[in-house]
Design a binder for this molecule. Structure first.
Ligand code: FAD
Ligand code: AMP
Length: 473
């Protein structure tokens, strides 16, 4: 039996960050992850690095360049006839990006003297963790003083669209198509559906997104969602709301999708590939939660308090496997918090300042409350909006679609939310997150000098607009 101060289950952004922070604080750490990469080697980094955030962004960037060359370069005086997409090369590049980053985590583990186990972990009584190695070797038992569970999440499957790994696939399958499907449908207009729909649409697929709910991007600010729906439609993405998929089957090399349209009744759609992107669920199956008396909530997530403590002493859980948004950075921060608290620090986490990003183009990004949430909660607020079309840098870039919306408290002016639909919104948002973390006001943003010409001037103008003094509109 090997002894460790901390045993981390899962090497995704929650688990690997927790492991590294524990090691930095002088603890002796083991991290167990069962994932194997495309090259059949152990692959640290979890969903995010292997089949999530990173490969999706690699494909989004490649497809963005392709679309630029095809549709926008001529305006810049760049002529390129016969632009071709080599899907095999696109996928190879994506895989190289993934491998570089996953291997990087392995190197960080070595540097921090973290013992890395490739295999499946199961909880046992008395803070023991049994590792069944992926290579079939004999199981090893680790004795832990503290356990951090970071086993992540897996895609939700729906019985009406049974996946066959070729025609009907999940997000992982949709990241690995070896050719551009002529006709593609995605079930679910959530973050993953929109990002993957954008990738293949830019590469030439005729894309339909079927969404059961009546509102598009209900979690986003309604003005931003409306503007995004318009832009995505213009790009060729067909988004069908009120469309609940009731059946999907493969017939003669195509997928026949049946859905209930709230207005038109039962509808049929024939596509070449169907992607099920209806969300993800906590991954607890292999943990032996019941066996050790670890409490799960009604969604199957491990129950934790604000400090990620489970009902079992010295057992913590972080990331997608617990409550809260399934975002990589949320899991990582929870990992840091747990590690630092184990070291006796009083670290806390502020969930209200969580950045959200959807990597469509333009990108959608927000922090804090939406206008509709503030209305529902009866909080008095002021709004300043500014269009990207009035920003010099956006014009120079040729990216004038979108807007920035700053919301502050009507009486105190304290920032309550920032909502961006713009080129590079993911990067611009950091200013809003930081301002909110520092309890800033719209006046603080308005008085801060923003470099010219930059896209960030839209944040400045929106903050000025809160008091009706935007200069350029
Ligand atoms: P995971 O990353 O899922 O890692 C858990 C790891 O634990 C896995 O490797 C798993 O194999 C391993 N494991 C589980 N059980 C065991 C066991 N019993 N023994 C050993 N190992 C085990 N989030 C963002 O913030 N930004 C994005 O842009 C973004 N894009 C995404 C795009 C896609 C297509 C998808 C699918 C997800 C995306 N996400 C994004 C979500 C993000 O990937 C997750 O929020 C994040 O990976 C969660 O981290 P985690 O460490 O909790 O879990
Ligand atoms: P997210 O959880 O953000 O990934 O989004 C998943 C989306 O899938 C949600 O908006 C759901 O409403 C949608 N959804 C779930 N089941 C179905 C279904 N059978 N048909 C169409 N949309 C669905």
């Amino acid at each position: 039996m090997e002894n460790y101060e901390v045993v981390v289950i899962g090497g995704g952004p929650a688990g690997y960050v927790a492991a590294i922070r524990c090691a930095q604080l002088g603890m002796q750490v083991a991290c167990i992850d069962e994932r194997t990469g495309m090259d059949d080697k152990p692959a640290l980094g979890g969903t995010c690095l292997n089949v999530g955030c990173i490969p999706s962004k690699a494909l989004l960037d490649s497809s963005h360049h392709f679309q630029f060359l095809q549709k926008e370069s001529a305006e810049h005086g760049i002529s390129c006839d016969n632009v071709q997409m080599d899907v095999a090369k696109l996928q190879k590049r994506k895989q190289t990006v993934v491998s570089q980053l996953t291997q990087g985590i392995g190197a960080l583990f070595k540097k921090n003297k973290i013992s890395s186990f490739h295999g499946s972990a199961r909880l046992e009584a008395n803070k023991q963790v049994v590792v069944t190695p992926a290579d079939g070797a004999t199981a090893i038992t680790l004795q832990a003083q503290h356990i951090i569970i970071a086993s992540g999440s897996v895609p939700i499957q729906i019985p009406v669209a049974p996946q066959d790994g070729e025609y009907i696939v999940d997000s992982t399958g949709a990241l690995s198509f070896d050719q551009v499907p002529e006709r593609l449908a995605l079930i679910g207009a959530g973050v993953i559906g929109l990002e993957l729909g954008s990738v293949w649409s830019r590469l030439g697929a005729k894309v339909t997104v079927l969404e059961a709910l009546p509102n598009f991007l209900a979690a986003a600010d309604a003005d931003i969602a409306k503007a995004a729906a318009r832009a995505l439609k213009r790009q060729g993405l067909k988004i069908q709301l009120n469309a609940k998929v009731t059946n999907a089957e493969v017939k003669d090399g195509a997928v026949q999708v049946t859905y209930d349209d709230a207005k038109k009744g039962t509808q049929q759609l024939e596509v070449d590939r169907l992607v099920v992107a209806v969300g993800r669920k906590p991954n607890t199956e292999s943990l032996n939660a019941e066996g050790v008396g670890l409490n799960l909530d009604n969604r199957g997530a491990i129950e934790v308090d604000e400090f990620c403590q489970t009902n079992l002493p010295d057992v913590y859980a972080i990331g997608d496997v617990v409550r809260g948004p399934m975002l990589a950075h949320k899991g990582s921060e929870e990992g840091v918090m747990v590690a630092e608290r184990l070291a006796g620090q009083k670290t806390e986490m502020e969930m209200d300042h969580m950045p959200w990003v959807i990597y469509t183009w333009p990108e959608i990004a927000w922090v804090g409350k939406t206008e509709q949430e503030l209305k529902a909660e009866g909080i008095p607020y002021k709004v300043g909006s500014f269009p990207m079309s009035a920003i010099g840098r956006a014009r120079a870039m040729g990216d004038t679609t979108g807007m920035v919306k700053v919301i502050s408290h009507a009486e105190t002016d304290r920032l309550l939310g920032m909502h961006i639909f713009a080129a590079n919104a993911s990067e611009l948002l950091a200013e809003g997150v930081l301002s909110m973390a520092f309890e800033g006001s719209s006046e603080d943003l308005a008085r801060t000098i923003h470099a010219h010409p930059t896209l960030s001037e839209a944040l400045h103008e929106a903050a000025l607009a809160v008091d009706g003094r935007a200069v350029h509109s």
